[in-house]
Design a protein around this ligand. Sequence first.
Ligand code: ADE
Length: 269
Amino acid sequence: MSPAMRIDVVSIFPDYLAGLQLSLIGKAVEQGLIELGIHDLREFTFDRHRTVDDSPYGGGAGMVMKAEPWALALEHILGADAEGTEGTGGAGSPPRPVLIVPSPAGPVFDQRTAEELAGADHLVFACGRYEGIDQRVLDWAQDHFDLRPMSIGDYVLNGGEVASMVMIEAISRLIPGVIGNPESLTEESHEDGLLEYPIYTKPANWRGHEVPEVLLSGNHQAIARWRRDRRLERTAEVRPDLLARLGDLDSRDRAVVDRFESRGETMTE
Ligand code: ADE
């Protein structure tokens, strides 16, 4: 079995991340496919009020997360890593952990990013709150981590916890063994740049609505073609940006998209 992926999450709301113990990720942790560490940032403060924030230099609204608790938390995680690799004597040093800092100011996380990060040994998520984290600790972290600010979309959340959970779920389901049937990963939305085809289950007639006949035909080639056509149409309809990114389609696929698009034009004329 390949070694487990280590995932550490630092937050002032560790309870927020309890959901990671459930469902497929919880099972992957139990099975030893993922090692999960959740750390309370306030454990790395030493004043009576366990202060993690202060007012911004230069003025402005809101509060800024202080550098020192973050540095101590991240050093604690690095220290545990160093203990784990002591005495291995392997050639070269192990790859740096990836430090993901959820932020609306980062590049947007997508399925390609999830695939890339699913190959990492160690991911650390730094969940900021308030206006963000003192820049100096992020500058410092570049010497110890592969630093990756990352947004989950063009909107603003109250903190990085939900964004981290989104990314952890998207990444961890790509780790071999986490999803029982890996075939179910191959025809999903975004896997190859197209959205998923519509799916149906029994009964074949539900409240007068029939399942498309081809799906009952047993003709696997015709079913595969039907499904691809529906994926092309659906993508052309709701995410034309994805289709444009795919580049050149073969002539069969192109004809399906052209037919779909010209149908749209005649409807709006
Ligand atoms: N924190 C606040 N908004 C965010 C977003 N859109 N993505 C990631 N982290 C965030």
